[in-house]
Write a protein that binds this ligand. Structure first.
Ligand code: D5M
Ligand code: FE
Ligand code: ZN
Length: 533
């Protein structure tokens, strides 16, 4: 069976433990007998090397041109890769059509959003990226910086820091006084207050009392049910920071609220863009190790990344849940394909090797990963980094601000989205429109406002979960639904998953969007979605 296509070459290299640069694959594919070249390349590559580079292939070609078909290397997928059977058992691929094109044929494409012009379908030829044009920075990695001991004092510190950072954003809009000072004012006066939401309850007559807390105390604020701002009360989460303005009651015991303010993203927020046409693929929730992990879709995605159509994709961001993990949910073990957590990361690493070696990869952990659950979650430890080292990925904490060629991308796994969706009315946040739940987080300028419940917060000296800087792109996952849209010019993307519906999801009617890859143009912030399932 000849080695005709980049997809087959990649598969053959991965089966031998190598990850390959796209140009290396292109060079092998372009020789008279790619099978022979591949054998020669493998033969001359040290066993402990992780990546086949284009330079190495050039050396091999220069020293030993592939002319002898009798020494053809074993080709095709290895027996151990049974999941790849569907794509690569296609022996008819001896002709010119690469099997990978199946994944990108008209049927499967989802030309959603403001799409980039379709480019010629290619077989992976002509890749030649100038990696010196790339830039990747990570601003707020807290890996190794954890200071919290879980004492009460730490909680006081983290909330104090939250209040300080978020109240600063509101100070331009209200002339606030401390809660203690307001409680000493006389009745009937106007007053403005900034505080964390401590409690929300309704009165007998259907009005709302919102207790706001600052560093000096707590003060009750009354929102009348017939005011326009009453609809904001539906959106409130405990511990988020808001400002109110209004008039004190006659006995000065309560503030009648006229206006409510959120830290929010400025409406005219100006986004940054890259200086050249370059793209990033934003994915999450791979869940390797689950019986539901969609290996075939993953193979199609990885193969497609080697084609000319994907040549502008130079970055791959993975927003958590690399693996299925163990003991995350009750009875989860019944749906495990790989039982041992380290074996899961080994398997994930093999799948990751299928993607081009010249991609820059950034990963944050999710709630299924082997790091602490409480947020912020530090990046993977050295043992896991070692397992996933083939691409030399950037591994950082959840959440993290990642800047690609000037474009600020806030990566956050998304556990708080469950909370936002549970607490808010469905027109403001739902599983079908996960990006709307993300808009709420942007409005609150905090990735996980509510403490307790689903979202576990780690008490640290600083609140790393505040969005101090407005991102250009907000990338989350976790809810396994695909959704995106713009909020005050910020592109919010929830990236779906690579895991088919689990029994639990069936029982609660969650229909996951599995096998999609959102692709963002960093020069325009336009988005397209590719379907591989
Ligand atoms: O979660 C994927 C989505 O499914 C997310 O919205 C939580 C929800 N989920 C999945 N399994 C459970 C169980 N057992 N209890 C509660 N919620 C669940 P992920 O964490 O990525 O698997
Ligand atoms: Fe997940
Ligand atoms: Zn998750």
């Amino acid at each position: 069976m000849p080695l005709e296509t980049p997809a087959r070459i990649v598969r053959a290299l991965v089966s031998r433990g190598y990850n390959a640069e796209r140009e290396a694959v292109t060079l092998i594919a372009g020789t008279d007998d790619p099978g022979v070249t591949l054998a020669q390349v493998v033969e001359s590559t040290p066993d402990d090397a992780l990546r086949i580079t284009a330079d190495h292939v050039r050396e091999v070609l220069a020293s030993a041109p592939a002319t002898d078909p009798s020494s053809s290397a074993p080709t095709g997928p290895p027996g151990s890769e049974s999941e790849s059977g569907a794509a690569s058992s296609d022996t008819s691929a001896a002709d010119t059509d690469p099997p990978v094109s199946d994944a990108t044929s008209g049927d499967n494409e989802e030309p959603v959003g403001k799409s980039t012009p379709p480019e010629a379908k290619g077989s992976g030829s002509g890749r030649n990226q100038d990696t010196s044009l790339r830039s990747l920075e990570i601003a707020n990695d807290m890996t190794g910086q954890s200071t919290g001991t879980g004492e009460y004092d730490d909680f006081v510190k983290v909330f104090r820091d939250r209040y300080e950072k978020l109240s600063k954003m509101l100070r331009g809009r209200v002339n606030h006084r401390p809660a203690k000072a307001i409680s000493n004012m006389s009745g009937g006066q106007d007053a403005e207050l900034i505080g964390l939401v401590d409690d929300v309850r309704s009165t007998k007559s259907g009005h709302w009392i919102v207790d706001l807390e600052d560093t000096t105390g707590t003060f009750p604020c009354l929102v009348m049910k017939d005011k326009d701002i009453a609809s904001y009360v539906d959106e409130l989460l405990l511990d988020e920071c808001i400002a109110v303005s209004g008039t004190l009651s006659g006995d000065a015991g309560i503030l009648f609220v006229d206006d409510m303010y959120f830290p929010d993203v400025p409406r005219n927020h100006r986004t940054n863009t890259a200086d050249r046409h370059v793209q990033a693929a934003l994915i999450s929730d791979v869940h390797v190790g689950s019986q539901e992990f969609m290996a075939d879709s993953w193979h199609r995605f990885a193969d497609w990344l080697h084609t000319e159509e994907a040549e502008h994709i130079e970055y791959l961001l993975i927003a958590g849940d690399m693996v299925e993990g163990v003991g995350v949910y009750p009875n989860q073990d019944e749906e495990l394909d790989v039982i041992d957590i380290y074996d899961q990361y080994e398997a994930f690493s093999e799948y990751l090797k299928e993607v081009p070696g010249d991609l820059d990869i950034v990963m944050i952990p999710g709630n299924h990963d082997a790091v602490r659950l409480a947020e912020p979650q530090p990046g993977f430890d050295d043992e896991l980094r070692d397992i996933m080292s083939a691409h030399d990925p950037q591994i950082t904490s959840n959440p993290s601000m990642v800047t690609l060629e000037g474009v600020n991308i806030l990566m956050y796994h998304g556990v708080s989205l469950d909370e936002v969706i549970a607490e808010l009315p469905s027109d403001k946040a739902s599983y079908d429109d996960p990006h709307k739940a993300m808009y709420q987080l942007l409005k609150k300028r905090h990735v996980a406002p509510q403490f307790g419940g689903h979202t576990r917060l780690a008490p640290e000296e600083l609140d790393y979960l505040v969005m101090e800087q407005v991102p250009d792109i907000f990338h989350t996952g976790h809810v396994h639904k695909l959704g995106w849209g713009k909020y005050h010019n910020v592109l919010a993307v929830n990236s779906g998953c690579w895991q088919a519906q689990t029994d639990f999801q069936k029982s609660v009617n969650i229909d996951p969007d599995a096998g999609y890859a959102p692709i963002v143009d960093l020069d325009t912030l336009n988005m397209t979605v590719r379907k591989f399932s």
